[in-house]
Design a protein around this ligand. Structure first.
Ligand SMILES: Nc1ncnc2c1ncn2[C@@H]1O[C@H](COP(=O)(O)OP(=O)(O)OP(=O)(O)O)[C@@H](O)[C@H]1O
Length: 237
């Protein structure tokens, strides 16, 4: 089991220009599962993921991993909604995170080939990453994040603009990553996707955690009127 967990978040908050983006948040994440962060537009999903990942400046409270900070940083990865690619081949993009950590070129390239296969880009190794379709880019971004076997992977709406087939592929990659021991924390607008993937749900509203629980319980009997309304598809503020 990962030495990073539990992650303990106490009264954590991020602000930008006096406005609270998210918080105060109290949260404890254990080592296993897939947490889906849901909520209406502007509820703070992206801000929460950035806060947990340590790329947002914390204005109050604490985010504490069970291991030291440097190690926590090395063991986590983040996939953005619109991934930025190196203007190089698929193979080089995949090998890059390994090269950064000192893995030799031959080993990094061999690993890149293994991961290209795993994410369904085995035939695209030599193609320029910038020429990939949206779905292929997102698979590449996943491969690049997973190639270092992170203990935790944050994903911000990774399927936002994907067609059904690409989404199915991405979800399969995510499921096998979770089975292989990577803890996933992911935001989505898509309640079908949340139901398919979640083992637990964090429902955000107005920058705060409004409801939270195991996926079955949350979807079958949400605790609050707002969560019920949101799941019905009503506009919730
Ligand atoms: N850089 C910023 N400066 C000022 N306000 C911001 C900034 N980034 C986000 N916000 C505001 O903070 C709040 C939370 O935004 P955030 O992007 O975290 O929500 P979200 O739930 O991910 O939204 P969406 O579903 O639309 O992606 C929103 O009101 C948003 O307008």
């Amino acid at each position: 089991m990962s030495a990073m967990f539990p992650l303990i978040v106490e009264g954590a908050m991020t602000r930008r220009g006096g406005k609270v983006l998210v918080g105060p948040v109290d949260l404890r994440l254990e080592a296993e599962g897939i947490t889906m962060v849901i909520g209406p537009n502007g509820a703070g999903k992206t801000s929460l993921l950035r806060l947990l990942h340590g790329i947002a400046r914390i204005s109050a409270g604490r985010v504490t991993w069970a291991c030291d900070e440097g190690e926590a940083r090395r063991r986590q990865a983040f996939v953005f909604q619109t991934p930025v690619m190196l203007r190089r081949s698929v193979r080089d993009n995949l090998a890059y995170p390994l090269r950064l950590t000192g893995v030799d070129r031959v080993t990094a390239r061999a690993q890149a080939e293994v991961w290209a296969e795993k994410v369904g880009l085995g035939d695209a190794l030599t193609r320029p990453a910038t020429a990939l379709s949206g779905g292929e880019r997102q698979k590449l971004a996943l491969g690049r994040a997973l190639i270092r076997a992170p203990d935790v992977l944050f994903l911000d709406e990774p399927c936002a603009s994907l067609d059904g087939r690409a989404m199915r592929d991405v979800e399969a990659i995510l499921r096998s990553a979770a089975e292989a021991g990577t803890r996933l924390v992911m935001s989505t607008h898509d309640m079908g996707q949340a139901r398919r993937l979640a083992s637990e749900v964090v429902f955000l509203l107005g920058g705060k955690i409004h409801d939270r629980g195991p996926a079955d319980t949350f979807f079958d009997s949400p605790n609050t009127a707002q969560a019920r309304a949101f799941l019905r598809g009503d506009i919730v503020e």
